[in-house]
Design a protein around this ligand. Sequence first.
Ligand code: DX5
Ligand code: ZN
Length: 214
Amino acid sequence: MAQILPSIFGADIMHLQDEIDFLEREQTKLLHVDLMDGNFVSNIAFGPNQIAEMKQHSKMLFDVHMMVDHPLDHLDDVIATGAEMISVHYESTPHVHSMLQKIRKAGRKAGVVINPGTPEAVLEYLIDEIDYILIMTINPGQPGQTFIRKSLEKIRNTKKMIGDRKIQIEVDGGVDREIAMECDAAGAELIVVGGALFSGNKEEQYKALKDAVK
Ligand code: DX5
Ligand code: ZN
């Protein structure tokens, strides 16, 4: 059974507290929060201070997706937000292994993110330092993109590579109800949804998404 993780990047920024309250009423346990620096990706989104503020006004666990160059320079600030899960892009630093060790040392779950063009095989020598693998199913940075179907093969291959280890697969980008079902079937356990949840009737869409991966 997979879990839907709302991505706060897709929420209505003018009514952020209402959106957080809605997600809590819906019993959301985990919130996906994007951190973008305008360099690693062109967009700029939630900085550590804003994430810390959101966290103080929420009971949910936070999964922070770092899309930044030089992630080590920002790690202490991200840890200070209180986020329970922190992921770093494989492509963003030559020192992913060290980043993962630092995240775990701070008592948080450590994730590695791979872009659509990055093969899962790069994770082979990192595998014992990883709590979750985030497979990008779009190119990161912009909302409203189409799910890259080749990702389903990557999810299946990653699942094989993980074997018996307790590592979860997360997917992010372009996911709607049908695609959530396909990702679940392929082996993803954490399914991030932005636009397909927050645009239109949120209550109905959230229910449909949750039912799809039950
Ligand atoms: C994009 C972000 C996603 C984004 C997903 O780079 O990492 O978390 O919010 O949005 P959708 O689900 O609309 O593609
Ligand atoms: Zn994300």
